[in-house]
Design a protein around this ligand. Structure first.
Ligand code: BTN
Length: 329
């Protein structure tokens, strides 16, 4: 209810009466007052005047709370009903937290967000550096009724959603197959999907997304490979708003994916953002690495590569890594 109150206060220029809030939300005045108090404790400056009601005077510049994120998602014109947001200032890893919640029965569409992670996880067993105050760390619990072998496509759906969200801010985000998001050739987002299966069914998927939002510098060892939205745009971004845009985009693309159970409905859009498309690449694998030209993904999310001898191969995500011939992308 905090999120709904916040959303109403944000949309209103002047005062909203207590009575109005009660009838809009179908709750008592005491319930409204308790939630207003909680918002004030979280740093929202809310004026409360007898007979006039409540007015949002000021709010934290980059507020990161469940209510803030959820309040950016209450636009009833799309299908954001599916999300339920949970927030903690500090966790081990939002993916690990999401798994705990999923094991305890968390619903499809539960979103776990943290300001910092003490044990952030990257792909291939690497760690994901997770400083506080600058980034978006989020994991989504999903329970799709699809075969486990199709789950890896959800990661590509997420990459497309993040790239599209960043593009809506005027930046030319691209996708490095299968799911890194890059701007100006540097990584701005990483995605880690984990899965629990039972027999031939998916019990749950945890889709973990880490976005470099407001960092203005990176450690020496990754400085030439990593960037942030702020570094690229020169502007600070409100993380809660960005998370809401990503979630909104994801719900649209994910629905299309669920309808076809493959990427056919979004493949063209994905390929239009694919940095490796029509470029020389090197496919790295333990044995027999090779070079070729990438032709984009097919409906299963495999990267099609034409080798120098003219034969076309389908490269599976997870199996290999792909590099441009010059540097990270
Ligand atoms: C990669 O190596 O590119 C994937 C990085 C994924 C990082 C995100 S941050 C939120 C979620 N929680 C984690 O522990 N990892 C993912």
């Amino acid at each position: 209810m905090k999120a709904e109150i916040l959303s109403i206060l944000k949309k209103t220029d002047g005062f909203v009466s207590g009575q109005e809030l009660c009838s809009l939300l179908g709750v008592s005045r005491t319930a409204i007052w308790k939630n207003i108090k909680k918002l004030q404790e979280e740093g929202y400056e809310i004026e409360a005047i007898n007979r006039k009601g409540y007015r949002l005077v000021d709010m934290p510049v980059d507020a990161m709370t469940a209510a803030e994120i959820q309040s950016c998602l209450t636009d009833k014109t799309d299908n954001n009903w599916r999300y339920h947001v949970l927030y903690q200032d500090e966790v081990d890893s939002t993916n690990t937290w999401a798994k705990r919640e999923a094991e305890a029965g968390a619903a499809d569409g539960t979103v776990l967000v943290a300001d910092t992670q003490t044990a952030g996880k990257g792909r291939r067993g690497r760690s994901w550096s997770s400083p506080s105050g600058y980034a978006a760390y989020m994991s989504i619990v999903l329970r799709p009724s699809i075969l486990p072998e199709r789950a890896s496509m959800v990661t590509l759906v997420a990459g497309l959603s993040v790239a599209s969200a960043i593009r809506s801010m005027g930046l030319e985000a691209k996708i490095k197959w299968p799911n890194d998001v890059v701007i100006s050739g540097k990584k701005v987002c990483g995605i880690l999907t984990e899965m629990s299966t039972q027999m031939e069914e998916i019990n749950y998927l945890v889709l973990g997304i880490g976005i470099n939002v407001n960092m203005t510098d990176f450690p020496e060892e990754i400085r030439d490979k990593a960037t942030s939205i702020c570094l690229e745009s020169g502007k600070m971004v409100k993380r809660a708003e960005l998370i809401a845009v990503v979630l909104r985009k994801f719900s649209i693309y994910y629905d299309k994916f669920l309808q076809c159970e493959d990427l056919s409905a979004i493949q063209d859009e994905y390929n239009s953002m694919l940095i490796n498309c029509n470029r020389r690449i090197r496919v790295l694998q333990p044995e027999n690495g090779y070079e070729g030209t990438s032709d984009g993904i097919n409906e299963k999310g495999e990267l099609l590569v034409t080798k120098d001898d003219g034969t076309q191969v389908n490269v599976y995500a997870g199996e290999v890594s792909v590099r441009g011939l010059y540097g990270y992308v």
